[in-house]
Design a protein. Structure first.
Length: 504
């Protein structure tokens, strides 16, 4: 029998447990993508300019250009994740290709040699701030099963609303309880209807105590998390040069976001006497939205060798919506046989919410050795504890914001890059270090990365290639509550980028 797909606005669900620190950090942490040359120097471009992706670090960079230019970059992203969970190790790899940058700059020179304002520039650039394509696999024998997740939400919840009423479809009941009571009771409903948990007294609608129907000392868990999507940024920039030593610029940045996360948890290996021998629990989260930010910057040329740069990147204001779909199954003899009608066609639509990511300060120094090459240093500071979910008047968001202030910290990032030219050939290299945003330094660890690149100048155009590698350790909870031991993830990213630039 075909069931109708239902869509309901979850007025309470979204304010109970949907958004957390993970969501905030997803949009606060930006990776070093951009043009091939920018990646080749590990993003150390704050005092250099003359590169479209340098506008992400210092918007004064457009004023350094001497001629108009168009650049396009494509990158192959190779992710290699190794997960350790209860002593078991599993690896997974994922490749994806993106056109991660495209843009141009127009330079308008002032040919009056006595004028103080030497030139003006207008730049338009698309950059991929984050490529969300990723996956990891976890396998291990845990002493905490998914039954603890459902028990955590069920304890204290009256039994009456967890029943499917006469004449009501199970998917209607699932959406209705989410809309009227919230995310927690909705998860308790899933655990009860799938037969994973039971009330202590099934004849008492006011029962608030629950027990697990799964028996185990340890249970085998297989967990897959797969994500895809993007956080892209379109930049409109204006720059100008004052005399021969000062460059100024400002940018408006418009983000577009799509994020999809699919998780699959399977449990087997229960005790022989257990009435449950397998459980499958899948979730599909989709986030969409847009965002806005602005940035201001200066570059000062102290002499023909030394340049200093400084910039401010405003907070980024995100406007987002989330959709959540779930499905669950078990072989419990007391499960509702209609539980399979709750699937990915039954979608919880959450109310719109906002995230404000913290602003960032950048300071830079570069040494330019004429036509032979350059050496550049960048430092940035961003206080992650100032990030917040909005509206702040929401009680659940206030709790998450309190956690952000307690668990997150200010992050310092260091970048160094160099370029050496041999006639038309350019050799590049760089290194970057980024502190963990967590005060414990463990939930997400420090990031270390390096890059190496090569470019060839044909005169009117340039072809570039860069290889970059970054590595970061972290701990990931497979569910938000109930299973307290995280999986340890060693994440390695290898990027291979090709870029083409035309001067005009």
């Amino acid at each position: 029998m075909k069931r109708t797909t239902f869509f309901i606005l979850l007025l309470i669900c979204a304010t109970v447990s949907a958004q957390n620190i993970e969501d905030v950090l997803r949009y606060s942490i930006e990776n070093t993508h951009g043009t091939t040359r920018f990646q080749g120097l590990s993003g150390a471009f704050g005092a250099l300019g003359g590169d479209l992706s340098s506008l992400n670090v210092n918007p004064a960079g457009s004023a350094v250009y001497n001629n108009s230019q168009f650049t396009m970059t494509g990158t192959n992203y190779n992710r290699d994740n190794t997960a350790t969970y209860f002593g078991s190790t599993a690896g997974s790899r994922l490749n994806s290709f993106k056109i991660n940058q495209a843009g141009g700059v127009m330079v308008f020179k002032n040919y009056d040699k006595n004028a103080d304002w030497k030139k003006y520039s207008l730049a338009f650039n698309y950059d991929l701030v984050n490529n969300f394509s990723n996956q990891f696999f976890v396998n291990g024998n845990s002493n905490e099963g998914i039954d603890n997740y459902f028990l955590a939400f069920a304890q204290g919840q009256p039994l009456g609303p967890l029943f499917v009423q006469d004449g009501e479809l199970i998917e209607q009941a699932y959406l209705d309880i989410g809309s009227s009571l919230g995310f927690g009771p909705q998860q308790a409903f899933l655990g009860f209807q799938s037969g994973i948990i039971d009330p202590v007294d099934i004849n008492d609608d006011n029962n608030t105590d629950y027990i697990s129907n799964a028996d185990y000392n340890s249970v085998n868990q297989e967990f897959l998390q797969s994500t895809r999507g993007y956080n892209s940024k379109f930049t409109m920039n204006m720059g100008t040069q004052y005399k021969d030593f000062l460059y100024m610029g400002a940018s408006l940045n418009f983000h577009s976001i799509y994020y999809e996360k699919y998780t699959q948890l399977s449990e087997r290996g229960f005790d022989t006497a257990s009435e449950i021998q397998f459980i499958n629990f899948d979730n599909l989260l989709v986030s969409r939205g847009n965002a806005f930010s602005f940035s201001l910057g200066l570059i000062a040329r102290l002499n023909k060798y030394v340049r200093l740069g400084g910039s401010y990147q405003s907070p980024t204001w995100y406007d987002l919506t989330d959709d959540l779909a779930q499905r669950i199954n078990s072989d419990s003899p007391v499960r509702n046989p209609d539980i399979t009608f709750i699937d990915f066609n039954i979608v919880n639509l959450f109310p719109r919410y906002k995230i404000k990511t913290p602003g960032k300060f950048n300071g830079s120094m570069a040494f330019v050795f004429g036509p032979n090459g350059l050496l550049s240093f960048d430092y940035s500071y961003q206080d992650m504890s100032n990030a917040e979910l909005r509206p702040t008047s929401d009680a659940s968001f206030a709790t998450v914001n309190s956690d952000i202030g307690r668990e997150l910290r200010a992050v310092s990032t260091f970048r160094v890059g160099g370029e050496y030219r041999i006639k038309k050939l350019s050799l590049r290299g760089g290194y970057r270090y980024e502190q963990s945003p967590y005060a414990n330094g463990i939930t997400i660890g420090d990031l270390n990365g390096f890059s190496a690149g090569i470019g060839y100048n044909f005169g009117g155009s340039r072809l570039d290639f860069t290889y970059s590698r970054s590595e970061r350790d972290g701990n990931t909870q497979i569910v938000d509550v109930g299973i307290n031991t995280p999986a340890s993830i060693n994440a390695v990213m290898n990027n291979y980028s090709f870029g083409y630039t035309i001067n005009f």
